[in-house]
Design a protein around this ligand. Sequence first.
Ligand SMILES: Nc1ncnc2c1ncn2[C@@H]1O[C@H](COP(=O)(O)OP(=O)(O)OP(=O)(O)O)[C@@H](O)[C@H]1O
Length: 338
Amino acid sequence: MTEKILEINQLTTGFKAEKGWIRATDKVTLSLEKGKTVCLVGESGSGKSVTSHSIMRLIDYAGGTLLEGSILFHGENLAEKSQEEMRHIRGNRIAMIFQDPMSSLNPVFTVGEQIAESLRLHQKKSEKQAWKEAVDLLRMVGIPAPEVRAKQYPHEMSGGMCQRVVIAIALACRPELLIADEPTTALDVTVQAQILDLLRKLQKEIGMSILLITHDMGVAAEMADRIAVMYAGVIVEEGSVEEIFENPGHPYTLGLLKSIPGLEGERGNELYTIQGSIPSLGQLPSGCRFHPRCPHAMDICREKEPPSFQIGKDQRALCWLFDDQKQGSELEKRSERV
Ligand SMILES: Nc1ncnc2c1ncn2[C@@H]1O[C@H](COP(=O)(O)OP(=O)(O)OP(=O)(O)O)[C@@H](O)[C@H]1O
């Protein structure tokens, strides 16, 4: 049986505003199996980073509060941990990498010193052993001449090399879970592909699970076993990568897929964009929060929040199009729309 290493249930994270709570994640439910990758996708402002920072409990430092729900990591509820306990988990069992490698690295220490420091701190290695392992880690993440590179400062390296160093630091503790928040967004396309390849290779070697946050459906297609699509704080659709790409259910998912630049786009055709923009969390529309942008909006969508409908073997969507009474005809329409 597959082992679930992360199970998020009904996670609601709020920021205190003048007129009450702004819910940046609203009843988010998501799970991740050992050795697998889940991609959390959605436009900017949909709540992806708040979700990942909530799991790490870094959200506490950004003024956020976990209002509801649980985050089970190997059955232990991270939502109930103290920051002291979280510091231990963050350094040893869950690692995180961010979009901009430069902001994760310290400009005044060599990259070797920074990796070695992590090994000394979290794994209590001796100075000599930590340095040796730091060089090994640089080799593992594909940095040529690691003995020489270990003695260099971040500003002496390219963005792609720096992101490899950040990955090396993250892997120093052999984490069971890696949370990668837009890890390739700041890099050019070729380097992006190399970093994604590297993550896949390391995942196989270490057997870690990955929660990958991206606004790029192309990246999700390459990396994901499962995809969760987030919009204005809620997961509007979730399914296996095959289900989401071959049979997307939610009109928002479909919009994201149609916005992927492909061959037609390269020939000069205009790229599809989803009309309108994501609503402010303080002024959410009534009913389904996507309805003002949805080409299929019906009366009920304006009136009532949709529940979660099972729409495929392993796929569910928050969309009234899949209400039982309409399901037959909507499923037919769905294949026409794709
Ligand atoms: N520190 C904060 N204080 C108040 N509100 C916040 C804070 N951080 C995030 N939010 C709210 O949460 C929403 C979602 O932010 P989040 O950063 O998770 O989006 P995202 O999907 O990761 O987008 P991006 O890719 O741009 O980071 C924001 O639009 C904002 O309304």
